[in-house]
Every structure is written in C-alpha cells, then in structure tokens.
Write a protein of this length. Structure first.
Length: 428
C-alpha cells in the first residue's frame, strides 16, 4: 500500500508542470550534447581542412589555374549523386519552415566541395557550409528512435545542428544560436529552441577549441564615445550599407539566375565562371579577393584598403557562388561590408577601423535580416567594444534593406516597417 502511494506521488510529479519542464530539460540537453559534440568535432575537422587548403593555396599560387577543373569536379560530384538540384542553405531553411527534406548526401558533398573551392581560391565562406553541415547533423540525430521526436521537434533539432557548426567554425556561440533561431522566419524567434541551441553552440565551440581551432577576433582599439557628432557618420553609413545590401543580393542572385539561362549546362557554366575568375585575378595582379575574405577584413580594420575593394569582392563572390562553386556568403559579406566601411571612413576622415566594423555588422544585418544575431555577432567578434555603434547601424540597415535576403527560402512573417502579418518569401 505504501509502495503504491509512493508510485502515485512520483507519477503526479512527472505529469506536473515542474515534471514536464525537467523532462524537457533532460531530453533537449541530451540532444544538444550529442549534436554539439558531433558538430564541434566535424566542424573542427572541417576548419582544419579549410585552413590547410588555404595554406597550400597561399604557398602555391599556381593552384588558381586549376579552378575551372575544380569546378567541373564539383558539378560532377553533385550530378553523379543525384544532388544536382540541391539548393544548399536554402534547402536547410526550407526543411524547417516547409516540408523540404535534407538528403543524406548533403553533408559529405558540401564538406568536400567547399574545401575544393577554397583550395583553388574561390571567393566563398565556410559558414554557409556550416549551416548545411549542421542542419545535416541535426537531421540525422533527429531520426534516432530513442528521442521519439515529432515533426516540429525534428525541425528544431536541425536548428540545434546549425548552431553547433556555426559556433564551431566562427567561435561566436551566442550569435550562432540566435542566428539559427532568427534566420528562418523574419519577425519570429523560435524561443523553444533557445536552450538546446545555446548548449550545442557552447559545446561545439569548446570541442573545436580542444582540437586546436583558433578564431579570428578583432580589436577596435580606442573608439570615440557615442554622441550626436560621432553617431552622424554611422547613420549615413547605415543608409549607404542598406543600398549596398540590396545591390549585392540583386547582383548575386540576378547573375545566378541569368547565368542558368545563358548557359543551361552546369559543367559549361562553372567552367566559364571559373575561367573568368582566373582571368580577372591575373589582370588585377592580386589574390586579395580570393578565399573567404578574412585578409580583406584585417586590411580594412587598419584602414588600408582601396575604395573599389568592396565592389571587386562582390564581383569575385558572384562569379564563385553564382557560377556553382560551394561555400557560403557570410564571410564574403562581412569583408564587403568592412572594405566599404573602411573606404567610407577614409573618405570622410573618420575612424576607418570603426567604420569597417560597422560596415561588417550593418551589411550582415541587411542581407540576413537577423538584427539580434547581428548585434550579438559584433559583441562577440569585438570583445564587447562598439556595441552602441553596432546597435545603431543594425537598426538602420535592417529597417531600410527591404525584403531582400541572401536566402530565397527565408520567410518574412511580419513587416519590417509596420507590424503587419505578411508570410511572404524574400526577394519577391
């Protein structure tokens, strides 16, 4: 009788609000641990491979001339695996907001093709690949019978994987978690995913650090106090960066769309774009615009950048991503924003390093439509310095950049300028 009473008490506790909360925490902490560990390990291996590829490229500049051949190999890999219509990051976002399925070949393909793109100098990032890898890992873990996840919970696990990989590669766990929660549907943050996304992001970074991964963090040095005089240049930069974000997306997606019309065959298309990339690099006599763009960011932070650098980076990134090479647009976006901001700072003779940082964060917000994640990214990248300036420019670029996005499957649930329900895709 006493045993039956104890069992009844335990049962009541388990079905009580407190019991449900504890079960939620244990379940999602376990999922976050598995995804975070896998994401950190795979992200660490991926980061080391990218680093080795970049190191080889910088030591052997002649590898650039193999870019057209690398492009043909990438297209062949996607065609032979039946992934020719794989839309990359757009597929990952659509798997959460719609019924798109993440295929089993997504992870291995983006892993190898991104490394190959970086090896020959393609102007692409690695964080877009991280979102795809992370989404793939989350998708695989969500299928484990032990967790008994329903469809909505499986989608949440994809977001957890995105957080872990983004954090492992970029070293910004809080921004990584909120980006994954914010990027799917503009106007809505998936707070239910906050606990597992943050846990996986912190664990992913920790695992990558233990593997010897080092992160690119920047210093602003002495910055002026926020005031009427110091905020005016930031406000004007915000207007300009809003326009820049729209132009970048129109050029990138416009070229990608038109190139498929001009050259329907993917082999010929990537061959043409790879050859154009090589010719343009030789004509300019510099490899500054090859690779992700971290080198361009570092130069911009010093104010040592040409006024046309941002446009050339847009051009090289468009040829790379629009032509069919793989990677991501995030670091190239940051380098475009940084070089534009530094050029603007030099032009008006006002703190080019600070303007470069504001350009980075402002353009990121403009093209991803993730204002909270953008501010957090600035906070983590710059050790907490300049947060007031970042918040100011993000508020402007997010509001004025329109309904454009790097990701065609991103949804605008609510309006940017008015609190109205939209539920529309970007770029339409």
């Amino acid at each position: 009788m006493e045993t039956s009473k104890k069992q009844s008490i335990v049962k009541r506790i388990l079905i009580s609000p407190i019991g449900r909360n504890v079960k939620y925490f244990i379940r999602w902490a376990l999922i976050a641990y598995i995804v975070g560990f896998l994401g950190g390990a795979i992200g660490g291996i991926f980061a080391m491979a990218i680093s080795k590829a970049t190191e080889f490229r910088t030591g052997h500049p002649w590898i650039l001339f193999f870019m057209p051949l690398a492009g043909l190999i990438i297209v062949w890999c996607y065609q032979v695996t039946g992934e020719g219509k794989n839309s990359g990051t757009n597929m990952i976002l659509a798997s959460i907001s719609a019924d798109e399925k993440i295929t089993g070949a997504t992870g291995p393909l983006i892993f190898l093709s991104t490394i190959l793109t970086h090896l020959v100098g393609g102007s692409s990032g690695r964080e877009g690949a991280a979102l795809q890898l992370g989404g793939w890992i989350g998708s695989q873990v969500s299928k484990i019978d032990l967790f008994h996840l329903d469809e909505k919970e499986q989608k949440m696990t994809i977001m957890v994987g995105m957080s872990a990989l983004f954090s492992a590669l970029f070293g910004t766990p809080v921004a990584a978690a909120f980006f994954s929660m914010e990027v799917i549907s503009v106007g809505i943050i998936y707070y239910a995913a906050m606990l597992p996304c943050l846990l996986a992001a912190f664990l992913g970074k920790d695992v990558a650090l233990k593997m010897g991964i080092e992160y690119d963090l920047f210093s602003l040095g002495d910055i002026p106090k926020l005031g009427f005089k110091t905020v005016q240049p930031v406000v004007l930069l915000g207007f300009l960066v809003s326009v820049l974000g729209i132009l970048f997306i129109i050029i990138l997606h416009g070229f990608e769309h038109k190139s498929k019309q001009w050259i329907p065959n993917p082999y010929l298309r990537i061959l043409a774009c790879g050859s154009a990339f090589v010719i343009l690099t030789v004509l300019l006599g510099t490899t500054m615009y090859s690779g992700s763009g971290i080198n361009l960011i570092l130069q911009s932070m010093k104010g040592d950048v040409k006024i046309e650098a941002f446009f050339l980076k847009i051009l090289f990134t468009t040829l790379t991503i629009g032509g069919g090479f793989k990677g991501g647009e995030i670091v190239p976006t940051l380098s475009i924003g940084a070089s534009f901001g530094a050029g603007y700072g030099n032009l008006i003779h006002f703190e080019p390093g600070l303007m470069a940082a504001c350009g980075m964060i402002g353009l990121f917000a403009a093209v991803t439509n993730c204002p909270i994640a953008s501010i957090l990214l600035g906070l983590e990248l710059f050790h907490g310095d300049g947060i007031s300036f970042f918040a100011a420019i993000v508020s402007i670029t997010f509001s004025l950049s329109g309904y454009y996005s790097l990701y065609g499957t991103q949804k605008f649930i609510y309006g940017k300028l008015k609190n109205v329900y939209l539920n529309r895709l970007s770029n339409h």
